[in-house]
Design a protein around this ligand. Structure first.
Ligand SMILES: [Zn+2]
Length: 105
């Protein structure tokens, strides 16, 4: 292999390594870097998928709290949102009833 070719290969290897680094999973609770394809965290041993689910549910809780704080401070917005949700629920219910009616035939 000549030097130019090796150079290209070397650059490609470097690029690949950079990409692998980007794929590392860093978990907020223990700050451990895990390979992108790791199943368990190398530090705390928790399954990574369950961990990410826990993080997601914590984020969800924070988002819920934030939303309820905003709504408490803005009663008008709260009413508006209530109506929107009512409409959406009504729409979904109608869809469900329609689908069930078709399925029942
Ligand atoms: Zn961990």
């Amino acid at each position: 292999m000549d030097k130019a070719l090796l150079g290209i290969y070397g650059i490609k290897l470097k690029e690949k390594k950079e990409k692998e680094k980007l794929k590392l999973k860093i978990y907020p609770s223990c700050k451990e870097r895990n390979a992108y394809n790791a199943v368990f965290c190398s530090r705390c041993g928790l399954p990574l998928e369950i961990k990410s689910a826990i993080v997601k549910s914590e984020l969800r809780k924070k988002a819920d709290k934030l939303l309820s704080d905003i709504l408490r401070k803005n009663p008008k917005l709260s009413k508006l949102l209530e109506k929107l949700i009512e409409k959406e629920v009504e729409k979904k219910l109608k869809e469900l009833i329609r689908v069930n009616t078709i399925a029942g035939k």
